[in-house]
Design a protein around this ligand. Structure first.
Ligand code: BGC
Length: 893
């Protein structure tokens, strides 16, 4: 019988058909689809060939894996090193549980970039110092430069068979070929520690080249390399002026090859972009446009020779993550005129990006765009909280009918845009909000019967979208936008639930490791810039927690192997500095439970808890990669720190020093208490919430553990109460007051006090949104079994509560789509579940006995693919094979 099992969604290095990778042994993976329950893969075979035709002809000239036994949905290609630029096509077939072979999957491919330094032949090119000053930059913003326009022309003697453009910049770049933009990627090459490594990108430009004369052009911005970054009002952190490195490799139809590289033969000039800075904004003078500058035949006689510099030893590495792109465009929701000549457009959503503006007017008219997240009571922009980020775009009209302005190398965090113009008021013919972000694919969705909770989920997703831009930043609007480790570690699990961030964090964890000190200290921000300190508890620990979480969510142990040495250095440093098990020394900036509400958790309690947690996660990761001796060593370290924690901070009645919500959350979440004190500690946590009138008081650190710990300790009702609260402080309070993203502070704005201090008051910070994982894992009930990471074994354990009558989540796991959808009606609980092929699940039904539980209308215990495991704690546990199911049961009170 033909099998219904089908391999799908072929991926390489977490990406679909990646261009230009430099991993020598890339990981190939797939998912499986099937109609029948309990389908699984018993073996597989992979073919790799140099063309799809060879695959079709059953001639895998690069590699034939043969039939490999096992359920694995991932394996490493690595038998024959591929050449620079070589593309490999691959396909997979599988054998099902009955030994029947599937059809071959549709072919997929990956392509090598230029992995070795000697593969590159170009030089860094840019404008000379004299050519690179801006005459329009505001006085207090020294260092803002006009964007260089660079070009070269060349002739091809025949039609093109294949062409690849490899490029990067010190700064940010946009490439043009024969009048076309080469890519829709924005702000490439992205932010890394440019003194350690720079990412390059690969583009297929076969269709843009032609027989005869061609023109290749580049437009550069200062970006993170030379522009303003972070607080402190400094630019030029890595260098003063941007530069391009490019290599165009062309294969003509007749088999000859041509390589065009960035070198001293190019010419450069400045044009309409008088400056463009991430924090400060863009100044665009349309009268200075260079029509046709990127086309063949353009007369560049008055352009200057570029300055060229040989490549240095900084590593060039292939970009491993999705690029920044336009991910949405939002229309205007409302327009107001708070003063004559001042128009404010409301996009209805706090976002990261810019606006696309269409205007008509006389040449020389100057339009100014200013941005804000929120309005003052009088209806004007509130910009104080942007601190020194000027976030202002200027456009000078050329006066030729409708003109469209869209900045190149800046972005703002905003909901409102104010437009003014001089000398005359303008005819604005169109305006929209262009949302940009690292284009991480959506992986999850969550919805329930409570609109406020749905708005919370919306705000979390928009917080993530607005802050995952090349690196995970704290906020997108003020003069900060740094890769804070504390924010990232508390949010990473939620991030994984919403979007596929495997590649995104694979990239950023290299930034984290690049930023580790020689002593082993993980930094507070990565790339390490502006704030150079390290070792802050709950921040630096991201160096351990983030790899652990990525492994748990995606099941790929390479992230552990890649960073094992760095993580070990970190734990060694902690141990060396704190041999007695209390983290008292080397706590760097020691932020504590940042932005908590009148509730200071003692910093040594928080620090020591993380010290223990690191050791615990290290032991788990060591086991996962077969380092059993080290696992035992970290088990012992965990026991040592836990014992010290108890001696120093825990009373016999379960009181944890500080007696704050976060103190209990840390102790309970990180398993620091003897079993017989857990209930007492949890009761104290609940008592503290009661004392606060049923409110949370936690900051960034405690908030992530709040609902999970309350659930795990039998206080689900309290967790729901916090979730559904609308009074201050709560998630609901911000929503009631119009939040469309997660605020940095619970009291960013309150009815009593108005705005918090502008020194630190972002309305788009994702940290307090770390409750999102609980919506998926507990409310909808989709989780991975920690013993089988990456959803190889799935836990479906929805826990209804509050006033919810339904919740549903869907999640595109590494094994395929998982769904959980429950409803409560007429005293009956119904649960529809989808478990992908080749996985199994434990499904937990909130019914005290299995007797009344049905699946598909029949007693659940008899259903195909379902096996009763046990009853415990008012719930019934089933072992469930892959497939779609509908369980139902009378609801227990
Ligand atoms: C950032 C945070 C960060 C914190 C460190 C703030 O300025 O915005 O998100 O984690 O500093 O405490």
């Amino acid at each position: 019988m033909a099998t219904d099992l089908r391999p799908e969604r072929l991926r390489c290095e977490h990406l679909t058909n990646p261009f230009g990778i430099d991993v020598a042994q890339p990981r190939l993976s797939w998912t499986l689809a099937a109609e029948r329950r309990g389908q699984r893969q018993t073996s597989f075979q992979v073919w790799v060939a140099s063309s799809p035709e060879l695959l079709a002809a059953e001639q895998p000239d690069i590699w034939d894996s043969g039939r490999i036994a096992g359920p694995s949905l991932g394996f490493h290609y690595g038998w024959q090193p591929l050449d620079a630029g070589q593309r490999a096509w691959w396909q997979v077939r599988v054998w099902d549980r009955d030994g029947e072979a599937s059809d071959w999957s549709a072919p997929a491919w990956w392509e090598m970039g230029l992995p070795r330094a000697e593969d590159w032949h170009g030089e860094w090119i840019g404008l000379s110092e004299a050519a690179a000053t801006s005459e329009v930059a505001p006085e207090d913003l020294t260092g803002l430069l006009p964007s260089p326009y660079l070009r070269t022309a060349f002739t091809l003697a025949g039609p093109v068979r294949r062409a690849r453009l490899y490029a990067t910049a010190r700064g940010v770049y946009e490439l043009h070929l024969n009048g076309h933009r080469v890519s829709d990627a924005l702000l490439a090459p992205g932010w890394t520690d440019y003194d350690a490594r720079i990412q390059y990108q690969t583009y297929d430009v076969t269709g843009l080249l032609r027989d005869g004369e061609n023109a290749l052009g580049a437009l550069l911005g200062t970006g993170w390399y030379a522009g303003y970054v972070g607080f402190g009002h400094n630019c030029g952190h890595y260098g003063a002026r941007p530069a391009l490195l490019a290599e165009l490799r062309v294969e003509l139809a007749d088999g000859t090859t041509r390589t065009i590289v960035s070198d001293g033969g190019w010419r450069g000039t400045t044009g309409p972009i008088r400056y463009s800075d991430l924090l400060m904004g863009e100044y665009y003078d349309a009268r200075a446009e260079l029509p046709g500058w990127d086309t063949p035949g353009y007369d560049a006689a008055d352009w200057k020779p570029v300055s060229a510099q040989p490549r240095d030893t900084v590593a060039l590495v292939a970009d491993v993550a999705q690029p920044v792109r336009v991910v949405a465009e939002l229309p205007v929701q409302a327009t107001t005129t708070p003063a004559p000549g001042v128009t404010i457009f409301d996009l209805g959503q706090n976002l990261s990006g810019y606006v696309r503006l269409r205007v008509r007017g006389a040449a020389g008219t100057r339009v100014q765009l200013r941005f804000a997240e929120i309005l003052q009571p009088d209806g004007t922009l509130y910009t104080e909280n942007l601190r020194a980020a000027r976030a202002t775009d200027t456009y000078i009209l050329k006066g030729e009918g409708e003109e469209v302005f869209e900045p190149r190398f800046t972005f703002h965090g905003f909901r409102y845009v104010e437009v003014t113009s001089e000398p005359t008021v303008l005819d604005i013919t169109g305006l929209s909000g262009v949302v940009i972000a690292s284009d991480t694919p959506l992986a999850g969705s969550f919805e329930c019967s409570n609109p406020m909770v749905n708005q919370l989920q919306h705000n979390i997703v928009w917080g993530q979208r607005g802050n995952f831009l090349s690196i995970p930043t704290d906020c997108p609007q003020r003069d900060e936008r740094l890769g804070w480790l504390g924010d990232a570690q508390i949010f990473v699990r939620t991030a994984c639930a919403n979007m596929d961030v495997a590649a995104f964090f694979t990239k950023w964890l290299v930034d984290v490791e690049d930023a580790q000190s020689s002593a082993g200290g993980f930094p507070n921000v990565a790339p390490r810039l502006v704030t150079l300190n390290d070792c802050a508890p709950a921040w630096a620990d991201a160096g351990v927690i983030v790899p652990w979480t990525i492994w748990q969510c995606y099941g790929d142990t390479r992230i552990i192997e890649r960073h094992w040495a760095a993580m070990t250095r970190w734990l060694d440093l902690l141990q060396r500095s704190n041999p007695d098990g209390l983290w008292t020394a080397r706590r760097g900036n020691d932020f504590g439970d940042w932005v908590s509400i009148n509730s200071d958790t003692p910093k040594e309690v928080l620090a020591t808890a993380y010290y223990a947690y690191d050791a615990k996660l290290m032991a788990q990761m060591a086991r996962a990669i077969g380092r059993d001796d080290e696992a035992r060593r970290y088990d012992a370290l965990f026991a040592h720190v836990k014992a010290a924690f108890n001696r120093a901070y825990v009373s016999p009645d379960g009181r944890v020093h500080g007696d704050t919500q976060t103190a209990y959350l840390l102790a309970l979440h990180m398993d620091l208490l003897p079993d017989d004190l857990r209930a007492n500690a949890a009761a104290r946590l609940v008592a503290d919430i009661e004392r606060a009138g049923g409110h949370l008081t936690t900051g960034f650190v405690g908030v992530g553990y709040l609902c999970p710990v309350l659930t795990a300790t039998g206080h689900l009702d309290v967790a729901y109460r916090l979730l559904l609260n609308e009074t201050f402080p709560s998630w609901g309070y911000s929503i009631k007051n119009g939040a469309t993203t997660i605020w940095e502070r619970w009291d960013g704005w309150t009815a009593e006090k108005g705005f918090q201090t502008p020194n630190m008051n972002s309305f788009n910070h994702y940290s307090l949104g770390s409750v999102g994982e609980w919506l998926y894992r507990v409310v909808a009930g989709i989780d991975t079994d920690p013993a089988a990471p990456g959803y190889a074994r799935i836990l479906i354990q929805p826990q209804p509560g509050g006033d919810l009558t339904y919740a549903r989540a869907e999640y595109e796991s590494p094994h395929g789509p998982i769904a959980s959808h429950w409803t409560l009606a007429d005293g009956r609980f119904t649960l529809r579940v989808t478990i992908p092929a080749n996985t199994t699940a434990t499904v937990v039904i909130p019914a005290a006995s299995g007797d009344a539980v049905t699946e598909g209308g029949h007693p659940a215990g008899d259903a195909e693919g379902v096996r009763l495991l046990r009853y415990a704690g008012g719930r019934t546990y089933y072992a469930v094979e892959s497939g779609c199911y509908e369980f139902a049961a009378p609801m227990t009170a």
